[in-house]
Design a protein around this ligand. Structure first.
Ligand code: NAD
Ligand code: UGA
Length: 465
């Protein structure tokens, strides 16, 4: 086949669309990359000094390519018109209304993007489903695309799910474990797969570019996230056994992980997984299973989310129990609000739920996070306080210095594994706190022996101190 792609459009300038297409622009200087979004503020930020998302390494790439072959715009029509290949990289959240509320994927943004393409496109276009979607979504996209067109337009719909993790997105994109492309097994389908593979093969070894049918590709994405989330829930389940028996989760995880069949990654016990995708994708998978009448399979995966909710609640309960069963009016410093380190993203962060349970007991929260936006922290906590939004104003403050946050606090709660928390002067912190001074390490990152020597009462997920 002859490569003919010289212009790519990406609809959705978010955590996936932005970094993914910035890396494509970097590695394929001969291709024009247009990232479009309906959100003017977001596009302004992509075109400005401070990018809308924080991701190590992203700034340099965007600043290198922007204006050369990387462009951000709200002119979605022009993007669709000019590109031979269009990524749909819009959000696919869990439905918050109607049938499947709280579990099914809300496909309204995917549908809107597909309709937009259907209205504007002319000639031959390759449409790439980059968003994470339920199995068979490509069929709906194709129907929508074809609903409104004349004879001289043709589409090939591919599935090309994204596996990057936030905080390591640029590395994940530059050196992916694999790139997955699903397409129809017809001549035009195979041709479209080859075109997209050609783009990635500018920097990804061909042996890592997998070609499957569309449904396998869509399902592989949901199943991958379900496996990863399952591993975290499994180790968190074991952490509860450790706390009840005196076994040590670090030793147990290390021993389990050395078995090559299991592997050592995703065995870090925590306050529960967060982020915009694990929960939504596991719920989506369970909903699909139910729709397919696979009740036992749905129940199996659903337990991953049940265990995660249990872990968040169990951690908060432990805090309350240790602080003499009452945290009312006690100042508690929350260290870390993002769902993991090296991101400013707080979506579905476990900190939100730990914060909620503590606010339910009238604790006063002082939050410190190196990257999370103050307004975002307040709005996340308000959202889980819908019955009494005023309580956030009454109980929560966000402070930009960890020492100030800990001053006069009864306890410090480590919610995110930011490296800087390891290097704080805990002696100084201890001296400024109420006694007994507690520290709850929800990420197992601190030097517990040193903290005990200072005089802290130390509580750690999966350990008895
Ligand atoms: P996001 O919310 O950060 O970005 C989505 C963007 O799409 C928003 O800026 C929104 O304004 C825009 N948008 C929505 N509808 C539009 C339309 N019709 N026209 C133009 N713009 C539109 O979402 P995200 O985190 O980038 O996730 C996107 C998809 O990628 C989701 O399906 C998600 O499951 C998947 N995914 C996310 C990650 C991750 O780490 N965040 C990783 C892998 C896959
Ligand atoms: C995850 C997957 O890792 C990506 O492959 C996938 O593309 C992405 O979801 C997606 O589809 O959105 P992400 O959510 O960005 O990426 O981050 P992870 O590093 O996977 O962490 C998810 C959550 O699990 C975090 O809250 C993290 O702290 C927690 N976690 C992770 C643990 O508690 N323990 C671990 O051992 C690993």
């Amino acid at each position: 086949f002859t490569p003919r792609i010289n212009c790519i459009c990406c609809i959705g300038a978010g955590y996936v669309g932005g970094p993914t297409c910035a890396v494509i622009a970097l590695k394929c200087p001969e291709i024009q990359v247009l990232i479009v979004d309906k959100n003017q503020d977001r596009i302004n930020a992509w075109n400005g000094e401070t990018l809308p998302i924080y991701e190590p390494g992203l700034d340099e790439i965007v600043k290198h390519c922007r204006g050369r072959n990387l462009f951000f715009s709200t002119d979605i029509d022009a993007g669709i018109r000019d590109a031979q290949l269009i990524f749909i990289s819009v959000n696919t959240p869990t439905k918050t209304y109607g049938i499947g509320k709280g579990r099914a994927t809300d496909l309204q943004f995917v549908e809107a993007a597909a309709r937009h393409i259907g209205q504007i496109a002319t000639g031959k276009k390759i449409i790439v489903e980059k968003s994470t979607v339920p199995v068979k979504a490509a069929e709906s996209i194709a129907k929508i695309l074809y609903s409104n067109i004349d004879d001289n337009v043709s589409f090939e719909v591919l599935s090309n799910p994204e596996f990057l993790a936030e905080g390591t997105a640029i590395n994940d994109l530059l050196q992916p474990d694999r790139v997955l492309i699903g397409g129809s097994q017809t001549d035009p389908g195979i041709e479209a797969i080859n075109q997209l593979a050609w783009v990635y093969e500018h920097w990804v070894p061909p042996s890592k570019v997998l070609r499957t049918n569309v449904w396998s590709s869509e399902l592989s994405k949901l199943a991958s996230n379900a496996f990863l989330a399952q591993k975290v829930s499994s180790i968190n389940a074991v952490s509860a056994i450790c706390e009840a028996t005196g076994a040590d989760i670090s030793d147990v995880a290390h021993s389990i992980g050395l078995d090559k069949r299991i592997g050592s990654k995703y065995l870090q016990a925590s306050i529960g997984f967060g982020g915009s995708c694990f929960q939504k994708d596991v719920l989506s998978l369970t909903y699909i299973c139910e729709a397919l009448n696979l009740t036992e399979v749905a129940d199996y995966w659903h337990q991953v989310v049940v265990m995660n909710n249990y872990q968040k609640k169990r951690f908060a309960r432990k805090i309350i129990q240790c602080l003499f069963h009452t945290v009312s009016n006690k100042r508690i410093a929350i260290f870390g609000f993002t769902f993991k380190k090296d991101t400013a993203d707080t979506r579905e962060s476990s900190s939100i739920y730990v914060g909620k349970y503590l606010m339910d007991e009238e604790a006063r929260l002082v939050v410190y996070d190196p990257k999370a936006d103050k307004g975002q922290i307040i709005s996340d906590l308000r959202e889980v306080s819908s019955q009494d939004p005023q309580r956030v104003d009454r109980l929560v403050s966000v402070i930009n210095d960890p020492y100030d946050a800990a001053k006069d606090a009864h306890a410090i709660v480590i919610c995110t594994e930011w490296d800087e928390f390891k290097a704080l002067d805990y002696e100084k912190i201890y001296n400024s706190m109420y006694k007994p001074a507690y520290i709850f390490d929800g990420r197992i990152i601190l030097d517990h022996a040193a903290l005990l020597r200072i005089g802290f009462h130390v509580e750690v997920v999966g350990k008895v101190m």
